[in-house]
Design a binder for this molecule. Sequence first.
Ligand SMILES: Nc1ncnc2c1ncn2[C@@H]1O[C@H](COP(=O)(O)OP(=O)(O)OP(=O)(O)O)[C@@H](O)[C@H]1O
Ligand SMILES: [Mg+2]
Length: 335
Amino acid sequence: MRTVHKHDGKLLGIVDRFNGKKILLVGDVILDKYTFGEVSRISPEAPVPILSIERGKDKYVPGGAANAANNIAALGGKVLLASVTGNDSRRNELISALRNQGVEPDGLVVDESRPTIMKTRVVAQNQQLIRIDHEKTHFVLTEIENKILDYISDAIQEADAVIISDYGKGVITKSLVKQVFALAKKYGKKVIVDPKQSDPEYYRGSFLVTPNLKEASELSQVEPLNEEDIIQMGKKLALEFGTNILITRGKDGMSLFQANEVVHIPTKAREVYDVSGAGDTVVGTLALALAAGAELVDAVVLANYAAGIVVGKFGTATTNAEELKKYIQEEARGH
Ligand SMILES: Nc1ncnc2c1ncn2[C@@H]1O[C@H](COP(=O)(O)OP(=O)(O)OP(=O)(O)O)[C@@H](O)[C@H]1O
Ligand SMILES: [Mg+2]
């Protein structure tokens, strides 16, 4: 197995070409809400803390596929976002959170049968007290799927790469995925899938699938007890799906499985504060790099750098081209 860890002079040039690249992103969007308050006593009614809300301190952040969108926009890309929301006030909150990051909501279809998914974290004294979820996760009906496809059919023609970001909330049906693959083939676009489902039909026709270790284990039915198991897992999936496989391995970096080569990329994180959303940074960076004409291994090395930067920040975070270029240069100097 080959190990990639050295700086490559091509990388800076690739990042310079991120700007303005268009990524069609199909997936489940989520609105992350943070409510801040203070706890100073226990309720007399039940043994629970009483949260006293600090007015005006709610924060709304794009989550799920919308976080991947956020990451792409922050890196200089243009996102063509295809998804659904409910017909409610949260849709407006999500749209304004997306607009704040430069993402337009043209491809956000209204589905009356579900609420806009919102995950509310109630935080007191810097600690999460509870999370409250609003969601319905049934698959979209054909009528809604067709509306999403209408948007995709146009958007894919101008896109430089495509991401399917499946959070298992109902947008990513097997039939939608197959039609995206057919369109991608017709127009010669690469599709990256951040997976959720176990059915191989979800992946045959993609260019790259990016499971984390747990997802790769479930998909391949291989238990990762040692390095050999992980290699077996990746090879099995690459063969079964007829695609490239990138297993993201948290603190152990990433392993890329192509038809005749396995490459391991050690993690580049220097400090780790918050790993949530790192997977969104990975797919976003991969898509931009491929859109910029990078070879897959170079795209993966860049995605690994970008993930290394965001896990060093608090909260679901993003990075930008400047930071990424600085990081590449520092790594080259052995920082
Ligand atoms: N603890 C960590 N230390 C260093 N790097 C990390 C750590 N966790 C994640 N990363 C970086 O982020 C990448 C993606 O993380 P991970 O494998 O956890 O994906 P994921 O489970 O899909 O993430 P999420 O679903 O939370 O967005 C890793 O390959 C690595 O580059
Ligand atoms: Mg993930």
